[in-house]
Ligand binder design. Structure first.
Ligand code: ATP
Ligand code: MG
Length: 672
């Protein structure tokens, strides 16, 4: 077990009031939270069930839970809450659903569902064209994160366009209500509004959560901050840790000012700064500090490390993106053999998910095992979305999006005209499609043949639902998938039978995960009247994807976006695409938002423990055409004495690739 330094110790032991640990990357902020939880349980004898810690990802939550349980004896950590804000919010909504007026089994709309709903609303209104959906969706999300209601949005709207968006926002909320659904932002917003308006409920939750800890505090948005403030109340039993230089979610409503707000809202706040970095070499830190000094600073921080000077930071310019990916892949392959490292010690970080494609091709080509975190999620796959839609209907028949997704998947020959009639009938009465399909008023409008198919479907759905809530839910789900002959449907529609098989495997994996989620809830004594509904809700929260990552700890190179790398560390890091328009991103240049891009670069650099390599391509295909690139301005902001440049000027970039391949082949010869 590592020894805490005096300041870390101070932060762990201070329980007399609210505490903020404000410190740079790798200084042990997350470690402080973990140790403090253990201290609260072990030494302060606060039962674990009264402690809650909030992390930024589910993966971080699981890791923290594991670490705490290794620090405290036996089952003392049982009942501890370590979760994301969204998971905590979901828990509150689930437990308080009666008071909130939700029917059992509400649905959670992910960004795609929400988008589909918005699209429909906007088309109906004919007020804005299709291209504006993203804009409207982002605005609504910002309003929700800032706790602005539809009415308020309308009142503060300045222009006709803003008024239109505000009206869509109101309709969007009405529609969610009619579908018995919430979106991601609601998972925070609804608990906040509930706590703010219902002191009894708040008091109950305050009795439950007697100490609250928050990691990555710089990335909380207004509604999340309010949730913290409400839960903590005036007891001040709060520890938050953060680094304003790592605030990279402003685009999602994060408010780094929440750091200063804390001091206002909690006048007795104790601020502790940590300055020793335990992660990186001095060179890596120097480069990081030098870069971030170009941003204005409210809080001064000086980071130092005892890990030794370390290797120079390499900046390699390759001829084009192909050569860049090739270089990274071959270098990892050769260095791993030469220095007897493991693949999992390497991370490749990039600004946008699209950059992963070429890297994947090259890594596959050289048979380097890799894993992409985040990125295109398991849940984005068509087959998973289909089966999830069935499952969502099982918990909430009023989920219109799910209903529409599967009514003709597999084909049931329920025609568009009947669906239109159904939609109109439901729209006029403000009820869901499923509810409408059950009403005599609607049924009487149909001809026999039409009616028969639809009735057969809804009748079947009802039976499946009943079985899924019975004693053998997983068997019922498997039977449902057989009933609809989903496998046959996949074979009819997939490009090849191999592709169809792969998809079916995914479906089976989903069912297994559902089963595991159910079993886990039982093991954890997470007694619930609606285990199936809860299990599905958990899956919807993308829980599965990250659990899959956690369970898979085989030896693989880690690929992820800079955003996804927050809080993590790797011995050897490659940051690719250090070019203008990529990092900093084109949109941020246009919006003059360079500071956030600089912080993102700072996050990337500070992930590295021993060695950092930055690469860029001289030419790149961007927005459909190949063009010359300009090296990122951030490269000019690094201290020259710590940087080793390659491929700029004299040395020809082509040679670089040749060099990589040469070493590779000579090494492979060695092993022949
Ligand atoms: P980030 O800002 O990237 O989230 P952090 O401040 O949360 O970083 P941690 O991840 O907690 O930092 O710690 C960084 C590394 O330093 C970890 O490997 C951790 O185990 C190690 N560490 C933390 N404190 C100490 C200590 N007192 N002695 C030795 N190692 C430590
Ligand atoms: Mg951390």
């Amino acid at each position: 077990m590592t020894q805490l330094n005096p300041r870390q110790k101070e932060a762990v032991l201070y329980v007399d009031g609210p505490c903020l640990v404000l410190a740079g990357a790798g200084s042990g902020k997350t470690s402080v939270i973990t140790r403090k939880i253990a201290y609260l349980i072990r030494d302060c004898e606060l039962p674990a069930r009264h402690i809650a810690a909030l992390t930024f990802t589910n993966k971080a939550a699981r890791e923290m839970k594991e670490r705490v349980s290794s620090l405290v004896k036996g089952s003392a950590s049982k009942g501890l809450t370590v979760s994301t804000f969204h998971n905590l919010g979901l828990n509150v909504i689930r437990r308080e659903s009666k008071i909130l007026g939700f029917k059992p089994g509400f649905s959670i709309f992910d960004a795609d569902d929400a988008r589909a709903l918005l699209k429909e609303l906007m088309l109906k209104e004919g007020e804005l064209d299709n291209d504006h959906i993203d804009l409207v969706q982002n605005q609504i999300s910002r309003w929700k994160n800032d706790l602005i209601t539809g009415e308020q949005a309308l009142a503060i709207a300045q222009s006709p366009a803003e008024r239109t968006i505000a009206r869509i926002y109101q309709r969007y909320n009405q529609a969610l209500k009619a579908y018995n659904a919430v979106d991601f932002d609601d998972l925070i917003l609804i608990p906040v509004n509930l706590f703010a308006s219902n002191p009894e409920v708040l008091a109950r939750w305050q009795r439950k959560i007697r100490y609250l800890l928050v990691d990555e505090y710089q990335d909380t948005n207004s509604s999340q901050y309010l949730l913290v403030r409400l839960l903590v109340g005036d007891r001040g039993a709060l520890t938050v840790v953060g680094d304003d230089d790592q605030s990279i979610y402003a685009w999602r409503g994060a408010r780094p000012e929440n750091m200063s707000l804390l001091k206002q809202d909690f006048p007795t706040l104790k601020v502790i700064k940590l300055e020793q970095n335990y992660r990186s070499t001095s060179r890596i830190l120097r480069v990081a500090n030098h870069l971030i000094a170009h941003n204005p600073h409210e809080f001064d921080k000086a980071l130092w490390s005892e890990m030794g000077l370390g290797d120079s930071i390499r900046v390699i310019r390759c001829n084009n993106e192909d050569a860049e990916a090739e270089r990274v892949a071959t270098e990892i392959l050769t260095d791993r053999i030469r220095f007897q490292r493991q693949f999992r010690d390497y991370a490749i970080l990039y600004r946008g998910n699209h950059q992963a494609r070429l890297l994947e091709i090259k890594l596959q080509h050289h048979q380097v095992p890799y894993r992409i975190s985040g990125g295109s999620s398991f849940f984005a796959k068509t087959e998973i979305k289909d089966i999830m839609a069935y499952l969502r209907l099982v918990v909430n028949p009023d989920d219109d999006n799910a209903f529409l997704r599967i009514i003709n998947t597999p084909r049931r020959q329920i025609g568009t005209s009947i669906l239109e009639t159904l939609g109109n009938y439901a729209g006029e009465r403000h009820i869901s499609l499923y509810a409408a399909s059950q009403e005599i008023g609607f049924i009487s409008q149909l001809t026999d043949k039409n009616s028969e198919r639809l009735q057969r479907f809804t009748h079947w759905l009802k039976q499946v639902t009943d079985r899924c809530h019975g004693e053998h839910p997983i068997t019922a789900v498997r039977e449902m998938i057989e009933d609809i002959d989903y496998e046959g449907w996949l074979h009819q529609n997939a490009a090849s039978s191999k592709a169809a098989e792969k998809r079916m495997e995914n479906v089976l994996y989903l069912v297994e995960s559902l089963q595991k989620t159910l079993e886990r809830a039982e093991e954890n004594d997470d007694a619930s009247e609606t285990p199936m509904k809860d299990a599905i809700a958990k899956l919807v929260l993308r829980d599965l994807m990250e659990r899959q990552e956690e369970e898979d700890d085989s030896d693989q190179v880690q690929l992820m976006t800079l955003h996804a790398s927050k809080g993590l560390e790797f011995p050897y890091v490659y940051m690719v695409g250090l070019e203008e328009e990529l990092l900093p991103h084109r949109n941020s240049i246009e919006d003059n938002n360079i500071e956030e891009e600089r912080r993102l670069t700072y996050v990337g650099i500070t992930r590295a423990r021993k060695n950092l390599t930055m690469t860029l391509a001289g030419k790149r295909k961007q927005y459909g055409e190949i063009s010359e690139t300009t090296p990122s301005r951030f490269l000019d902001e690094l201290p020259a004495e710590d940087i080793e440049r390659e491929g700029f000027g004299q040395s020809s970039p082509e040679k670089n690739i040749a060099k990589g391949e040469e070493t590779l082949s000579s090494l492979l010869n060695l092993f022949d």
